[in-house]
Design a protein around this ligand. Sequence first.
Ligand code: 6PG
Length: 258
Amino acid sequence: MKLGAQVVIQVYPDKEAMSRAAAELFVEQAGQALRLRGRFCVALSGGNTPRRMYELLAQPPCRDRVAWAQVQVFWGDERCVPADDPRSNARLARQVWLDQVPIPPQQIHPVSGNLPPEAAARAYEALLKSFFAGQPPSFDLIFLGLGEDGHTASLFPDHEVLNEQVRWAAEVYLAETDLPRVTLTVSLINQAAVVALLVTGAAKARVLKEVLQGPREPRRLPAQLVHPQSGALFWLVDQEAASQLQKNPDIKFISDDA
Ligand code: 6PG
């Protein structure tokens, strides 16, 4: 996988250890961003993998190590459903984490679930343009997941959204489901200072092997498109997901007591 970024692949014994590492990455990146820029701008993924990380960030010690008043939360993608819909990515993060820490409500920026998909995408892009106010739209940290089909965020295989070079957010309709989505585009994701993909479970072993150690086929494996232009790319995975990876010096195995 050819990348322009520093790539860190870390394998943890299990999901709990990976989640602790991901929460620690959040805390560390937040501290660094606040020191450098006085704010920390993070985009969250959807799916279930980040749930345990969210729970850890909602409780001591992580909770007490973040200056929540300077944290700005966005999403890397969202399903076009009402905020209280069980399929909403923002609903999960709010329930298990954001509602339990003192982030000013106006600093939590969900994708609108009440607008048609294209309007929601246009509104989210307008929000981002207003937030970054003419500066490069560089998130301090973006969390992403990996689908078994190689998608990340809502960047799905062979979808036209993979070609989007101008827009920062776009609507995504999928033939196989009637659940439209809004996603940050590849070009926006790759302007981040740090991108961290969280991958766990044996079901992801094949696709993780293909993405990290297989031929470069980004239309079939959109996660291969993720490489921050000048930032760092972290793959935080558990041993089950890493079980098909060929061991090499690029892959660091973290023991339990690390
Ligand atoms: C979504 C996500 C999606 C997710 C992957 C992994 O809205 O579905 O953003 O990209 O991160 O599908 O999902 P799991 O963590 O549930 O395996």
